[in-house]
Design a protein around this ligand. Structure first.
Ligand code: ATP
Ligand code: MG
Length: 556
C-alpha cells in the first residue's frame, strides 16, 4: 500500500461532476467549518478528506473556516490545534476565515431582512419560545411580537447591539411560518444576546451573536462556496439555509449536500464527551494516545497517510452506520508493515546467560531492517554472553505447539545463533530468574544439520541494550456502543493503558526520534512518545499490535 487507494466516486463527487458538465460551475469551492470548541477527531478527518480532497482533485479550492459564533465555548487554543491537525493530515487551505470576520456583514443582512418584513425582534423568553414552537404533530403559535413595525424592529435590533437589553430578554427571529411542518422554519432565532463574553477574535465588540443556521449559509455565500458539505443532521436545516440566501441580497447560492457521520466502535466521538474525558482527567489530555482525536492518533503513532486511507476506504454515503475499529487499525498496520524498520525490544525481560560464550566478547551482527524492502538497509546488533529474552518465550515444559524455548530445547535467536536451554535458575519462591543456555557457533545464517529448531525469538544484549518504558493501549471503551444503555463513563475500559517500565530495547533504539515508527519484532508497531520521552528517558507507545487479536485471547 502506498497510502492512497482508488475508490469509485462517491455520490458527492458524482453531483460535482454533473454540475461541472452542465456548466453551472467551472471551479469548485469547498470549506471545512469546525467550531473551535475542542480538538478535531477522526470524524472530522472524514470531512477534511472529503472537502480538501475534492479541492485537490478538481479545479478548485478549500477554505478552513472557523465557525465561531458561540464564544462561551470557544478558545484560541482550539483554533491553533485545529490548524495544526489539518496541516498534519496533509492539507493546506486556500484561505483561513472566521465566521466572526463576517459579523458586520451578517448584521447588515439582518437589517435587510427586517426592512423586508422578514425578521422581527421578539420579547418572548426562551421558555415561552419553546412553548410557542409547537411539536412535530402540532403547529406553533405566532409570537405576539411578530407584527411589530419595521421601524420598531430596526430600533430594537440596534439597541440589542448597543447592549441595552439583558441576556435572554430578546431575540431577532426570522419571520417564516409557524405552521410549517419543518420546525426549523417556525420563525427561528437569528440573533441572541450574550453579554460579558470575550470572543477570541472580536473581543468585547459584540454582545449579540448570530445563530449557526443564519451564519453558515451567509459565510458560505460570501466565500463563494459552490458545494457546502455537512452531516445528515443538517438535512432538515437545508430549507432554512436556502431561505436565508433567497431573502438577502447576495448572488452566490451554495448547494448544501449532506452525508452520514462517521461513528467508530469502542470509542466516543462527540466533542462534548471528549471534553468531559479531558476535564474529568479520565485521560491525560486531548492528545492522550487512546483518544480518537487527531492529536491523540498522531501521538499514538498513526501516519497521516493511514488516516487518509481509512477515510477513503469507509467512503461517503447517506447511510448511518458504525465502523469497526479494526478498519482503522488495518489502515495503519498496512502502512507500517510496508515502511517501518524492524527492531528488537524485550518487554518482559528474563536474563539468559550463554555459558559457552566468552564473557569479554561482543560480536557485531548485521541485521536487515526490513524483510521485504532492502532499501531500508541494515543495522548492527551486538551479541554478548548475557542477553534478555521475553519471559513469555520460555516454558519449562510445553507441547509442540509452543514454538519457543523450553528446557532442553533449542530456538534461534533472531539475527543470531541457535541456543539450547540447559537450566532454569529459580529464586526461593520458585520464580525463574535466569536461564543458562549454550549456543551453537555453526548456526549463524543457516540451520544446524539434522536437528529441527522450533522457532525464532527476539533478544537484546544485557550490556548493550537500553532501558525503556513501553505503553500498551487498548480500546478506550469496553462496549462497542459506549453509553448505549446509560452513562458512557461506565463503559470506559479500565485496562485501556498498560505501562511496562522495565523493558530493554536494542541499542539502535536509543537513537529513536519522534515521528519515526518501528516494528518491534513479534510485538507490534511502536513509536517514541512525543510528550513524555526525554534525553536518557525512552518512552514508546504501541501504535497497534501485529495482528487483530483483540477479543480473541492473544497471539499464536
Ligand atoms: P461534534 O458533535 O463532535 O462536536 P460537530 O459537528 O459539532 O461535531 P464541528 O466542529 O461543527 O463539530 O464540525 C466541523 C465539520 O466536521 C462539520 O462539517 C461536521 O459536519 C463535520 N463532522 C463532525 N463530526 C463528524 C463525523 N463524526 N463524521 C463526519 N463529519 C463530521
Ligand atoms: Mg458543531
Amino acid at each position: 500500500m502506498n497510502g492512497e487507494i482508488n475508490t469509485p466516486k462517491n455520490f458527492i463527487r458524482q453531483i460535482i461532476d454533473s454540475d461541472l458538465q452542465s456548466g453551472s460551475h467551472s471551479t469548485i469551492h469547498t470549506r471545512f467549518p469546525p467550531e473551535p470548541n475542542g480538538y478535531l477527531h477522526i470524524g472530522h478527518a472524514k470531512s477534511i478528506v472529503l472537502n480538501f480532497g475534492i479541492a485537490q482533485d478538481y479545479p478548485g479550492s478549500c477554505n478552513l473556516r472557523f465557525d465561531d459564533t458561540n464564544p462561551a465555548k470557544e478558545e484560541e487554543e482550539f483554533v491553533e490545534a485545529i490548524k495544526e491537525d489539518v496541516r498534519w493530515l496533509g492539507y493546506e487551505w486556500a484561505e483561513l476565515r472566521f465566521a466572526s470576520n463576517y459579523f458586520e456583514q451578517l448584521y447588515g443582512f439582518a437589517v435587510e431582512l427586517i426592512n423586508a418584513g422578514k425578521a422581527f425582534v421578539c420579547d418572548l423568553n426562551p421558555e415561552q419560545v419553546r412553548e410557542y414552537r409547537g411539536t412535530l404533530t402540532e403547529p406553533g403559535r405566532e409570537s405576539p411580537f411578530r407584527n411589530r413595525t419595521i421601524e420598531e424592529n430596526l430600533d430594537l435590533f440596534k439597541r440589542m447591539r448597543a447592549g441595552e437589553f439583558a441576556d435572554g430578554s430578546r431575540t431577532l427571529r426570522a419571520r417564516i411560518d409557524m405552521a410549517s411542518p419543518n420546525i426549523n422554519l417556525r420563525d427561528p432565532a437569528l440573533y441572541r444576546i450574550r453579554h460579558g463574553l470575550i470572543h477570541h477574535q472580536t473581543g468585547a465588540e459584540w454582545c449579540i451573536y448570530p445563530m449557526y443556521d443564519y451564519t453558515h449559509p451567509i459565510s458560505d455565500a460570501i466565500e463563494g462556496i459552490t458545494h457546502s458539505l455537512c452531516t445528515l443532521e443538517f438535512e432538515d436545516h437545508r430549507p432554512l439555509y436556502d431561505w436565508v440566501l433567497d431573502n438577502i441580497s447576495i448572488d452566490c447560492h451554495p448547494r448544501q449536500i449532506e452525508f452520514s457521520r462517521l461513528n467508530l466502535e469502542y470509542t466516543v466521538m462527540s466533542k462534548r464527551r471528549l471534553t468531559q474525558l479531558v476535564q474529568e482527567k479520565r485521560v491525560s489530555g486531548w492528545s492522550d494516545p487512546r483518544m480518537p482525536t487527531i492529536a491523540g492518533l498522531r501521538r499514538r503513532g498513526y501516519t497521516p497517510e493511514s488516516i487518509r486511507h481509512f477515510c477513503e476506504a469507509i467512503g461517503v454515503t447517506k447511510s448511518e452506520g458504525t465502523v469497526e475499529m479494526g478498519v482503522l487499525e488495518n489502515s495503519i498496520r498496512g502502512h507500517l508493515d510496508a515502511i517501518a524498520p524492524r527492531r528488537m525490544a524485550v518487554l518482559d525481560p528474563l536474563k539468559v546467560v550463554i555459558s559457552n560464550y566468552p564473557a569479554d566478547q561482543g560480536e557485531v551482527l548485521q541485521a536487515g531492517n526490513h524483510p521485504k524492502d532492502d532499501t531500508l538497509g541494515t543495522r548492527e546488533l551486538v551479541l554478548t554472553r548475557e542477553i534478555y529474552i521475553d519471559r513469555a518465550d520460555f516454558r519449562e515444559e510445553a507441547n509442540k505447539k509452543y514454538k519457543r524455548l523450553v528446557l532442553g530445547g533449542e530456538v534461534r535467536l533472531r539475527n543470531a545463533y541457535v541456543v539450547r536451554c540447559d537450566e532454569a535458575v529459580k529464586d526461593a519462591s520458585g520464580r525463574i530468574i535466569e536461564l543458562r543456555c549454550t549456543y551453537d557457533p555453526d548456526t549463524l545464517g543457516h540451520n544446524p544439520e539434522g536437528r529441527k529448531v522450533r522457532g525464532v525469538i527476539h533478544w537484546v544484549s544485557a550490556t548493550q541494550g537500553h532501558k525503556a518504558e513501553v505503553r500498551l493501549y487498548d480500546r478506550l471503551c469496553k462496549s462497542a456502543e459506549p453509553g448505549k444503555g446509560g452513562d458512557f463513563l461506565d463503559d470506559l475500559n479500565p485496562e485501556s493503558l498498560q505501562v511496562l517500565r522495565d523493558c530493554i530495547v536494542e541499542p539502535e533504539l536509543a537513537r529513536a526520534a519522534v515521528g519515526e515508527r518501528y516494528q518491534f519484532e513479534r510485538e507490534g508497531y511502536f513509536c517514541l512518545d512525543s510528550e513524555d520521552s526525554a534525553p536518557g528517558r525512552l518512552v514508546f507507545n504501541r501504535i497497534v499490535s501485529l495482528r487483530d487479536s483483540w477479543g480473541k485471547g492473544g497471539d499464536e
